[in-house]
Design a protein around this ligand. Sequence first.
Ligand code: NAD
Length: 427
Amino acid sequence: MAETVICPNPNLNAFENALQQFESAAKVLNLTPNQVAVIKEPRRIIEIKLPVRMDDGRIEMFKGYRVQHNIARGPAKGGVRFHPDVNLDEVKALAFWMTYKCAVVNVPFGGGKGGVICEPSKLSVGELERVARRYFAEMIDIFGPDKDVPAPDVGTNQQIMAWFVDTYAMHKRKYIPAVVTGKPMELGGSAGRVEATAQGIVHCIHEAANHLNIDLKKSSVAVQGYGNVGSNSAKILYDEGCKILAISDVSGAYYNENGLDIPAIHEHLKTHRLLDGVDKKVKASKMEKPTDLLELNVDILIPAALGNQITGKNAGKIKAKIIAEGANGPITPDADEILRKNNIFVIPDILCNSGGVTVSYLEWVQNRMGYYWNNEYIQNDLSRIMKTAFTDVLSTSKHYNVDMRIAAFIISIQRVTRASELRGLYA
Ligand code: NAD
């Protein structure tokens, strides 16, 4: 099981963290109370109970959520998480971040997020499929290409997106691939979607290194979380010549001061779900305390697991020059303040991990026009969109003399507010 990192203020939950970030930017923008009221809180919250028949014949009731935070700029967009720690506050926070993430990269979506409280690794394939299909069927009127478009997140993958899109097709009696993104290529998925979040993170790291005059080829990296985002980020950076000193997943953290053999580790992962045992295959030692990975003396730290990992308790011990937030909400607001004082350059989640939703947008566009671009086209567009967003955020941070997170919120809050005001209030 994942090690639980205790937030320094136990009353500070993910959604409260998100609202604190919002308020810091809203203050700079001098938003009126009316403007704040319209864009701050989620617009729709759905909580459901899913009866699912287990392999042994029992019926188990799972709890699921979908939150639509804001749809002023387009349909709600955001992943569905399958994890035992899913809770409403977390889903609200993740939906909130999606609204502002889509606005930072200027893709025409609002923000949504969903989740089911379950432990996918403890479900059989059949049970997992039944949980996925039941969740989608219960939400059938909520989802739609022009309403709310889910995607993978922690604990969900392309196969689950395939079950989602098939469930939708069975109900609507026609195939509508644009209802879900992150699908397998065979079902209308996009080239480059699997690695898109990681590739976007790497684009941001390039821009940050350039800004800080850091030579990436001589850089060292630590990556927390070795799923889709973490493993692909490590692989791309390794291929570019960076030394990956440490990586971790729920099974532990693995370290080599001379750099880990990432291709050999990826070979291991072809037949193993976790990193467990990798220290017997490559030169690596297992760290006693996995969270020590965060405090290693590296140039670049990529938290790519779950939220609230860098808190007021450990922020002062971080030595990295750049933190690229692969995960959503890995840094608490009190930690942010410490990192700012220590001159650590944080690339905030709503910018840094927006490559995934950017290619999801390209997937949605391709599904709607029925014409598919090749990977080269997708990579060019992703690179252009990420670099533009990074440059906008950096120049906003200089203009207002604020950190990159507040700058990203300033840009995105302005876009969401403007869209809301242009649409006005119906009735
Ligand atoms: P994933 O399920 O593929 O991987 C999660 C990884 O984190 C696994 O390796 C797991 O073992 C590890 N992990 C969990 N708890 C840990 C802990 N306490 N310490 C170390 N490792 C731990 O999920 P993912 O899609 O890679 O997503 C990771 C993060 O990135 C999440 O916060 C997600 O919201 C965010 N994100 C994902 C995408 C995407 O496209 N997949 C896009 C944007 C943001």
